[in-house]
Design a binder for this molecule. Sequence first.
Ligand SMILES: Cc1cc2nc3c(=O)[nH]c(=O)nc-3n(C[C@H](O)[C@H](O)[C@H](O)COP(=O)(O)O)c2cc1C
Length: 181
Amino acid sequence: MSEPALLLVVCGAPLAARVGDGVRAARGRGWDPYVLPTDAALPWLEEQDLSDVPVIVGNRRPSEARRTPTADAVAVVPATFHTVNAWATGNADSYPLTTLCAALGSRTPTVAVPYASQELTNHPAWSASLTVLRRAGIRIVDPQNGSAESLASVPSGTGGRIVKDFDWDWVFERITARPTV
Ligand SMILES: Cc1cc2nc3c(=O)[nH]c(=O)nc-3n(C[C@H](O)[C@H](O)[C@H](O)COP(=O)(O)O)c2cc1C
């Protein structure tokens, strides 16, 4: 039997620098990972060797075959202010956002690691979006300590340490594949 497929959506924030580690961690846990970067995440991916994993950018052409299997689980690491708000309001205007909206609608097990500064998280849309996502069953994980119960904004000047200390086990211990029937 093939390994369960994990779609790893990567948004444009500093924690995108750890996606290569996430791919290795996913494989170590028995997942078959696919990387789905947003356009804003691409500069961080350029600095990593992702040559041995499918990196899927943009929409497929109408005549093109599907580029991933059906997702058994989805992880969004990091999830930016923009993507969290767009996802919660059902804005599907890019391939990663369409994937996230469809994952939510199909109740595919999904973990998101939001990553945003206080200037952004003070905007009232942020807490409203997180409430929508949590109620829809999305597991929200704090990038600073792995908590699934609380979420702190990223204090300015601490991004480098948070990126370095981020532990992918915080994501994988909260992902379970869709049960097979
Ligand atoms: C160097 C840099 C750092 C950024 N850091 C963050 C961040 O920590 N959190 C965030 O929400 N947006 C951050 N942004 C802004 C996002 O990249 C921007 O809002 C983008 O539109 C997000 O698109 P996406 O959600 O499709 O990835 C950063 C942008 C740059 C260029």
